[in-house]
Design a protein around this ligand. Structure first.
Ligand SMILES: Cc1cc2nc3c(=O)[nH]c(=O)nc-3n(C[C@H](O)[C@H](O)[C@H](O)COP(=O)(O)O)c2cc1C
Length: 155
């Protein structure tokens, strides 16, 4: 079965709730998946055996949530070759802030720089997720699952 990991970057828990919905939808689309708090994740989450879904909020002035900083910096420092990795980004933010969804954009840029392939346009949620945002996120991850299928090697 195709596998995915949903990596969550959150400050106050909203992205965790969105990740639960993404998990429901991606498993419904036939993938085996789990959610990992970025705090608990290691760079081997990007070993190519699983598609990666980044689900992250932005905090401060366009900053990464605290729980995701170590993982981001390890990848920045170690610069692993991620050319076997496919990913998508679901970014939570608020467009009242100048740097809208900046953490999601930073993840897109870093993973691409390391060779990973972003196989679907970033999905952005503006403000506290309403039902329509959750529906959109689920549809988005369902489309991502379709694209992941066949691209992720069996792990
Ligand atoms: C102190 C603070 C700073 C924020 N800074 C930004 C920001 O720079 N850019 C942005 O798009 N959203 C920003 N947001 C909005 C959050 O990303 C958004 O509310 C998100 O849903 C929170 O998710 P979380 O509960 O998982 O942390 C900020 C929110 C707070 C409370």
């Amino acid at each position: 079965m195709e596998r995915a990991v949903i990596l969550v970057g959150t400050e106050t828990g909203t992205a965790e709730d969105v990740a639960d919905d993404l998990l429901e939808a991606i498993t419904g689309a036939g993938m085996e998946a789990e959610i990992l708090d970025m705090e608990e994740a290691r760079s081997d989450a990007f070993d190519g055996s699983r598609a990666v879904v980044i689900c992250t909020a932005t905090t401060g002035d366009g900053e990464l949530p605290e729980n995701s900083i170590d993982l981001f910096e390890v990848l920045e420092d170690e610069k692993p070759d991620l050319s076997g990795v496919v990913f998508g980004v679901c970014a939570l933010g608020d467009d009242h802030y100048e740097d809208f969804c900046q953490a999601g954009k930073d993840w897109s840029a870093l993973l691409q720089e390391l060779g990973a392939k972003e196989i679907i346009d970033r999905f952005e949620i503006d403000g506290f997720p309403e039902d329509e945002d959750i529906d959109g996120a689920k549809e988005w991850v369902g489309q991502a699952a379709g694209k992941f299928t066949g691209l992720v090697r069996e792990g």
